[in-house]
Design a protein around this ligand. Sequence first.
Ligand code: TXA
Ligand code: MG
Length: 329
Amino acid sequence: MSVALDTRIMQADGAAIRAAARCLAAGRLVAFPTETVYGLGADATNGTAVARLYAAKGRPLFNPLIAHVADAAAARRLARFNAAAERLAALWPGPLTLVLAKAPNCPVADLATAGLDTIAVRVPGHVVAHDILAAFGKPIVAPSANRSGHVSATTAQHVGADLDGRIDLIVDGGPTSVGVESTIIACLKSRPVLLRPGGIPRAAIEQTLGRALADSTGIAPIGGRETPLAPGRLESHYAPNARLRLGADSIHDGEALLAFGPLPPGAERASRTLNLSSRGDLVEAAANLFSYLRALDAGGATTIAVMPVPRVGLGEAINDRLARAARSR
Ligand code: TXA
Ligand code: MG
């Protein structure tokens, strides 16, 4: 970007909500908290604003965005809900995104859906996100508020570190509670497909649905042609500078340690240790994941040893993000 913007940071009060709505209406970019991670918001109906958003993130244009709305009624104006989608909408507001067929008169800019005939929609559960959506009155597209290829931001400080000078406003609502991004489910065919494990565990979704989810093969025919199902899943994501050594049950000299549960023998050899959850709680671990990865990375370690995290509940999403972070360099 040619000219650096003067990025304002406001505590999340009524004045900040009104400022956010004004910024969005003017086609500007606002970072705000959701219950999962911070989002970088733009007016979903304004193609120029959406283009600015891609530029600020450095995001490949073919990667479509999630349209956030205040309630399920607003979501129905953007997308067609089949029976499975109707069931899953019961989990809103919350960390769930549905990929659905676009509604005929969907007002969201084509750039935001990368020309697909599907659209990702979500009703976030965070009160600040909800109040901004209600004050703005239109859908807001919001990818995670990090530079493309970095780990998602879970605090306003992380947003600032990545996007200061590139966006207009950061609404600071403190650290996010869930810590990993929303679960994404495609409801396009009769059997819903898990595109991204996330803040709502698979079991909770299958229970609401009354049937098992299909797993994404990565590619599926949408609108007659082969299309990547969640295109963003293909790019390098969640990338620290340090190398990640996953499933570590011992520590090599000089490694930083990202622990889970009781520390392994020899843990004192680690250059620095952060424990996702010393009591082995996956909810706590998810909430800490991205900020601890950032912190260990900022400490300059060349390798971060990561202890095994069970693949149950939120552990599916945690392991998914760790695998991407390990793969991405
Ligand atoms: O928790 C979250 O979902 C956060 C907060 C801010 O809401 N947002 C977020 O957005 O994680 P983003 O852009 O970082 O990830 C959205 C993912 C991408 O992998 C994108 O490819 C996929 O959703 N996606 C969006 N629209 C899609 C569509 N029509 N079909 C398939 N995948 C889609
Ligand atoms: Mg992201």
